[in-house]
Design a protein around this ligand. Structure first.
Ligand code: LLP
Length: 386
């Protein structure tokens, strides 16, 4: 079982995010080991966690970054990511965000539509620059993940459909201020089966063959992100299945001479490195239920409320040998502010310290101030160990 530095953690006012920087470094090293010797480049998806301490650590390991807003672009540059290692995704980039990307000579805009392509061309022309562009293709693959985080089917808002692609490629080639670098795919998030990625490789191979027949060659292929983590057993699986994941692409993609593959991983890099630490405010009983009411709520980790996600919950301080069943809830005035129903915990009392695990990705980055709550602070294992 994972050992939290309890004496230190119990002195810090709750709720807060606790980041295990040693695990983050081990994760980054594991990724770098998998891709060594292959023409692979990993861009960290900043949306998973844009905390500056985290970003600096990731940038220092040689990763690129995947951005979805001007704010993330500014944060990436400040953290030390190189402009040439930045890819800017998103269906609704605004003019100032495009200008900022063009001015900084980022590697690529991952373009999702014809109107976007035209606007980037126009803005780049005005700045007398050429913008690097990768076209996001909707490959129509169902990754069978939660309906809110599947992105690659024909019904989703993302990407350019396969039928339209040759025409859009032609158009990109003809626009004077666009440098078309390749294609981009992203099929969804929290994907734990490798089959959808194998299907993606097959789709990409077919597409490359058919594009080659019309004289199109690509510098890079960006296969997006989405690799899932084990939310039920973070201690048994602190690292995501990087070996199986990268093997799918090593074996499955038929790369052309000089071609690079780009990845955009968010969750699999950060999720297991973060824990939301909270205290029990009250334990109360209603007719046939017991509730553990925490000082952390959906404003600090929205995944259970928004996606019915379950994060492992641990009582770090109870020494009771008895097990009881509780609904673990937050203090926010919303009935969806529930972390878990019928959770079995050792007998829990007011003041106990509770860990909500795997909160490093889409925890802090999705936090908000609803109910005018204070945003939780972040604390880091490195600083705490000193
Ligand atoms: N690339 C693109 C184009 C994306 O849209 C995403 C995530 C990623 C990369 C990174 O995916 P990852 O490796 O983290 O799965 N808030 C949700 C997840 C939303 C993911 C959105 N796009 C959650 O907490 O489950």
């Amino acid at each position: 079982m994972y050992q939290f530095p309890l004496d230190k953690l119990s002195e810090i006012p709750t709720p807060y995010y606790y980041y295990d920087m040693a695990l983050l470094r081990a994760t980054l090293d594991a990724v770098n080991k998998e891709i060594k010797g292959f023409p692979f480049k990993v861009h960290y998806a900043i949306k998973a966690n844009g905390n500056d301490v985290i970003l600096r650590e990731i940038a220092s390991h040689g990763f690129g970054a995947d951005l979805v807003s001007g704010g993330e672009l500014v944060a990436a540059l400040a953290a030390g990511f190189k402009a040439q290692d930045l890819a800017f995704s998103g269906v609704g980039k605004t003019d100032w965000e495009i200008s900022l990307g063009v001015e900084n000579d980022i590697f690529s805009f991952n373009v999702e539509s014809v109107p976007e392509l035209e606007v980037i061309n126009e803005i780049a022309g005005g700045l007398r620059k050429k913008a690097g562009v990768v076209l996001r293709v909707n490959p129509d693959i169902d990754a069978h993940t939660h309906r809110y985080i599947t992105t690659g089917t024909a019904h989703d808002k993302f990407g350019i459909s396969l039928e339209m692609l040759p025409q859009v490629i032609q158009m990109a080639h003809n626009l004077p201020n666009i440098h078309l670098r390749g294609l981009h795919f992203h099929i969804g998030s929290q994907i734990t089966m490798m089959r959808p990625y194998e299907m993606l490789c097959e789709k990409i191979n077919e597409l490359q063959d058919s594009l080659e027949r019309i004289g199109v060659s690509l510098e890079i292929i960006n296969v997006g992100g989405g690799l899932g983590v084990d939310y039920d057993a973070p201690d048994e699986h602190p690292l995501a299945g990087f070996t199986s994941y990268f093997n799918v692409f090593k074996r499955g993609l038929k790369l052309r001479q000089g071609q690079e593959v780009h990845f955009e991983l968010g969750r699999s890099i950060m999720a297991q490195c973060g824990t939301l630490i909270s205290r029990v405010v009250f334990v109360k009983s209603n007719r046939d239920k017991q509730f553990v009411i925490l000082d952390a709520g959906m404003t600090d980790l929205i995944r259970p409320a928004l996606y019915e996600a379950h994060h492992k919950i641990q009582n770090l301080t109870s020494s009771s040998p008895r097990r009881e069943t509780y609904d673990v809830v937050g203090p926010v005035c919303e009935s969806s502010d529930v972390f878990a129903r019928d959770e079995v915990l050792p007998t829990t009392s007011r003041g106990d310290l509770i860990a909500i695990r795997s909160a490093g990705a889409y925890g802090e980055s999705m936090s908000c101030r609803y109910n005018m709550r204070r945003l939780p602070q972040a604390h880091y294992s490195d600083a705490i160990a000193k």
